[in-house]
Design a protein around this ligand. Structure first.
Ligand SMILES: Nc1ncnc2c1ncn2[C@@H]1O[C@H](COP(=O)(O)OP(=O)(O)OP(=O)(O)O)[C@@H](O)[C@H]1O
Ligand code: SF4
Ligand SMILES: [Mg+2]
Length: 334
């Protein structure tokens, strides 16, 4: 076992759970049909732990993130913070938002072009009536790496680089002294060099402030660099999860293997066939079966699991920290 893996395992197993989804379902009605955007998710984020949530477009990552933030109400199941089920009264939600903050990517409009950096970072502090506003803004900018902070007070977003704007967004979240950051594609629009800086900042915030984070991303390389644990989502479910090094060096679920195969260093490319995922039509059996390369190649039949693949729904994975995959073939052959 490598050093990183040991560290990740230790983080996952010894830190108490801070934020948790339990058997979470979130449905939307979409043109008269029911879209099961989140369809049975258990996920626990430990204090000081960074979890990456990966999966292709439309698999439910943002919906899961928004539900964890209390912005979306689950159809069933629950969100728990620090052991308590989330209370959706507006007063309780306001208090909750101080603890669990959303970091959106800029420049998708998370910064108002007419607001100065000071106003952008002070906004949350004003909503929550925090005393010593200037001190709060100064300290948040400094923690986000914008120093000296007062030099940024009167600047407007268009006067900043992409990386600086992303730091302002992070400072706005930090101003409220949260315990958890939920970052939805935090670096997707940034250049590679700036992306590294922002990732380093998130790691530093974890080291300095003990922050936990859920980082939603398409980018497996980013997950590798930042996360202790990774959860791979497909059509509303987590299909594989575990310590990042274990999952990304030895993926067990065929879907994770296909995602990994697009990385440049991968020896063999797996091209997924079949319909792109549609949460209004979740197939029976294993939800990945119509696109699964292991089933298509006959390997699942050889292992005697092909009928299960096509007809038996898999159980929802529990929120354990250990590596696990929701796949008949993986669990039969390893
Ligand atoms: N408010 C809504 N009303 C109806 N359908 C929705 C709504 N929000 C999300 N969906 C649907 O739920 C599914 C999951 O969407 P979601 O945005 O959570 O996916 P995602 O994994 O974040 O995708 P991306 O990587 O493109 O951001 C999609 O099919 C989407 O069309
Ligand atoms: S359960 Fe069967 S169809 Fe589903 S991913 Fe595993 S091998 Fe493929
Ligand atoms: Mg999204």
């Amino acid at each position: 076992m490598t050093e990183t893996q040991t560290a990740a395992d230790a983080v996952a197993t010894t830190r108490p759970t801070l934020l948790e989804a339990r058997d979470l379902h979130v449905e939307f009605s979409s043109r008269g049909r029911r879209a099961r955007a989140v369809d049975g998710v258990n996920l626990a984020i430990g204090a000081g732990e960074i979890v990456a949530l990966v999966g292709e477009s439309g698999c439910g990552k943002t919906t899961l993130a928004r539900t964890l933030l209390g912005l979306e109400r689950p159809t069933s199941g629950e969100v728990r913070y620090d052991g308590d089920v989330l209370n959706y009264s507006s007063k309780a939600l306001k208090e909750y938002r101080r603890q669990v903050q959303l970091v959106l990517q800029d420049p998708t409009g998370s910064l108002n072009p007419r607001h100065t950096v000071y106003e952008a970072v002070a906004e949350g502090a004003r909503i929550h009536g925090l005393p010593d506003e200037q001190e709060v803004v100064t300290s948040a900018l400094s923690r986000a790496g914008l120093r000296p902070p007062d030099r940024f007070f009167l600047r407007y977003p268009h006067e900043l680089s992409g990386g600086q704007r992303q730091r302002v967004v992070i400072a706005g979240a930090l101003a409220l002294d949260p315990k958890v950051l939920i970052a939805d594609e935090p670096v997707a629009s940034l250049d590679a060099s700036v992306r590294g800086e922002i990732l380093a900042l998130l790691l530093k915030l974890r080291a300095d402030l003990g922050l936990s984070a859920l980082v939603v991303t398409h980018d497996l390389g980013l997950a590798w660099n930042i996360a202790d644990r990774v959860a791979v989502m497909y059509l509303g479910r987590i299909v594989e999860s575990g310590p990042v090094e274990q999952v990304l060096t030895a993926p067990r679920h065929p879907y994770t293997q296909a995602l990994m195969s697009v990385l440049p260093e991968s020896p063999e490319r797996v091209v997924l066939t079949g319909e792109p995922p549609d949460p209004t039509r979740i197939p029976g059996g294993c939800r990945f079966h119509a696109r699964c390369q292991i089933l298509a190649s006959g390997k699942a039949a050889e292992a005697g699991v092909a009928d299960h693949c096509r007809t038996n729904p898999l159980p929802i994975l529990p929120s354990t920290a250990d590596a696990q995959a929701a796949c008949y073939y993986a669990n039969n052959t390893t």
